[in-house]
Design a protein around this ligand. Structure first.
Ligand code: JFE
Length: 254
């Protein structure tokens, strides 16, 4: 996979790509990375990338020219190979595991990281092929969102994660929350590990974990249960937990 990043702050990407998963993706995952400074695609003496908004109002807007030229420079080097141009914006479709999975299958991604009050609308309308938000809050620019999207998709590329940290059985792959994890010591300041995990009974452990997944998801993110495809045993457990809870509510009311 090829990844190009367009930004006014290339240094922001130095740390993530020097360590951990991003570094491993490049070293072992066959990912090639290019970071472009949008300012390098200006032609004026002062390398101006922003201007005031037509119609008035506070703040500055990124000019379309340098961003279009940066993307065109990438396109000039790849002939008719496909390129997805992703604009990070609070108005994009929300990132989730399915979106990360979809992006991890692409051959070539370019991320446009805006700043200030955002970019000229023509970038969104005529240059971007996809718009992504990482959540309903406003950040100061697209760099952190780009890093979040890239982190989420890189770990789904074979060879990026080690075999002991497979992305297959993590919570959001199944659409449900995780079961609780424990490691040594067995007794930490009087806080103990559930007995079942020390039992060596693998069937019992698997049942307990599955129950924890269902309980947690029902308690914290019930909407996820509707989307997940549950087995018969899972469904029965959900019914039991819901009727136990409505009994608690009745007891409280009486
Ligand atoms: C940019 C900004 C004023 C945006 C309404 C470029 N999920 C997510 N949160 N924030 C962003 C993405 C994001 C991405 C790119 C960005 C925020 N800003 C700041 C300022 C209004 C804005 O859009 C500029």
């Amino acid at each position: 996979m090829k990844i190009d990043i367009l930004t006014l702050f290339p240094q922001m990407f130095e740390a993530p790509f020097s360590f951990g998963i991003f570094k491993r993706a490049i070293d072992n995952g066959g990912v090639s990375l290019n970071i472009h400074n949008i300012r390098d695609y200006t032609h004026d003496k002062h390398h101006i990338v922003d201007d005031s908004p037509y119609g008035g109002g506070a703040g500055m807007v990124l000019k379309p020219g340098p961003i279009f030229e940066a993307v065109e420079a990438i396109k000039a080097g790849i002939g008719d190979e496909p390129l997805d141009v992703i604009l990070l914006t609070p108005q994009g479709r929300l990132l989730n595991q399915q979106v990360a999975q979809e992006l991890s299958q692409k051959k070539h991604l370019a991320f446009i990281c805006g700043h200030y009050e955002g970019e000229d609308e023509r970038v969104r309308e005529h240059l971007a092929t996809d718009e992504i938000s990482i959540g309903d809050y406003v950040l100061t620019g697209g760099e952190l969102p780009a890093m979040v999207v890239i982190d989420a998709l890189l770990r789904l590329i074979p060879g990026v994660l080690g075999s002991d940290e497979s992305a297959l059985d993590d919570s959001h792959a199944s659409g449900l929350l995780e079961y609780p994890q424990y490691t040594r010591p067995e007794d930490f300041r009087g806080m103990t590990v559930p007995e079942v995990l020390l039992s060596g009974d693998h069937a019992r452990i698997a049942r307990w974990r599955r129950e924890q997944i269902i309980r947690r998801t029902l308690e914290r993110r019930p909407e996820l249960l509707n989307k997940a495809n549950l087995g018969l045993e899972d469904k029965k457990l959900v019914e039991r937990l819901i009727s136990a809870q409505s009994q608690v509510n009745k007891d409280r009311e009486s």
